[in-house]
Design a protein around this ligand. Sequence first.
Ligand SMILES: [Zn+2]
Length: 158
Amino acid sequence: MKKRLHNPNLAKIHRNYTVEEVSSLYGVFKGTVRAWIKSGLPALNDKRLMLILGSDLVAFHQARRTKNKQKCKSGEIYCVRCHAPKKPTGGMADYRIITEKIGNLEAICPDCDKIMNQRVSLSKLEQVSGEITITLPQALRHIIESNQPSVNSDLKRE
Ligand SMILES: [Zn+2]
């Protein structure tokens, strides 16, 4: 199945768009817009309202138009502005919780100094991160630690 490509210039770079506005602008379902966000379109999450920058929309659709889209290897995050996977500056990224299972990996692009975003499910975090040092929110660190089986209990003697 061929992916539908959209005209990058539909969006005005100095505007912000809600998911609803993007969906009517491009004539797609809101779910499609959310899928774009999932696949790397940066969105500002202001409480319940998601805002998408026009300039990000343009960059995102331009990136989609370029053929042979490069895939991220582990340790890389896709930069929508550079149109390429990048190793984050300093080898560091922050993980922000979105839901219990899904979060956003945020890092700085070494080439354009802008924030790169990538949706990552918690279960795949390790696989995606590679050599990246990921800063987890305090709450999550606690969950992960408490889920880890205690080494001592395995060594219990009878
Ligand atoms: Zn970049």
